[in-house]
Design a protein around this ligand. Sequence first.
Ligand code: SF4
Length: 201
Amino acid sequence: MENIVYTYGNKVYLNITNACPCDCDFCVRHNTDGLGDMGSLWLEHEPSYEEIIKAIDGFNWENVTDAVFCGFGEPTCALEKLLKTARHLKETKNVKIRLNTNGLSDLINKKEETAKDMAGLIDSVSVSLNASDADKYEAIVHPSFGKKAFDAMIKFTKDCKKYIPSVKMTVVDTIGREEIEKCKALCNENSIDLRVRTYIK
Ligand code: SF4
């Protein structure tokens, strides 16, 4: 079975797609094929919903409290499968569900306010802010959508606050103190928590 479900630290992660419209300078995919001691997170093919559920139901969820949609790709590239899978988890496993995302779901899915679809299914969301303005964001993230991606990502995050109990943004610690301070100010303006995370080499 491919690594659709994997553990890292004390959490269970769901690797449902390798698709992504970005090419972030710091993407872990540039440096490794997997995380921790697990095998490759490159999927041989995009798994169907049935394959995802088979992997989930074949996993031992005893003592697991948190499931995180986060893999070698952007989970919202498989939004319909993500939502159906979250519903299955809610109905069959006693876990909190987190989404780690680049925040570009609306652009990816060509749809307004996709955060609304996540209400009642996703308990917390972590959006990669990466930079304090559209120019710097484009230079680091290289989104296929160009400069409009930054504003779309901020809007998605604000939408999430309406529908998802816990919302935070992240930056990696390599962007420099000044830039981190600007990102903090941006998050403060929008009443969003910011986590400065360690760059995974
Ligand atoms: S959005 Fe995530 S998966 Fe996509 S390139 Fe950036 S870090 Fe990698």
